[in-house]
Design a protein around this ligand. Sequence first.
Ligand SMILES: [Zn+2]
Length: 84
Amino acid sequence: MNKTGITRKVDNLGRVVIPKTYRDKLQIKENDTININMEDQILTMTKVEDSCLFCGSKKDLITFENKLICNKCSNKFLAKVLIK
Ligand SMILES: [Zn+2]
C-alpha cells in the first residue's frame, strides 16, 4: 500500500480536514464544492468547478434559483420563451 501523503484522523462526524498545502495548491476555498468518489476502496476528492448547468461554460455565470447558468444559455432560454 502507498503510504505517502499526509495522514489525518477522522472526527466523530466523519469529517477530515484537507491539508492546507493541498487546499492552497488546488485553490480550494471555504464553501467550494468537492466531489467524493470511491473506486476499489480508494476515495478521491475532486474540486467541482463552477460551470453552467446547461453547457458547462465557466464564463459569464449568473445564479438563478441556486443554479449557475451562463449568459449565452440564459439568452437562448429567454429567446425561446419570448418567441412563444
Ligand atoms: Zn451555458
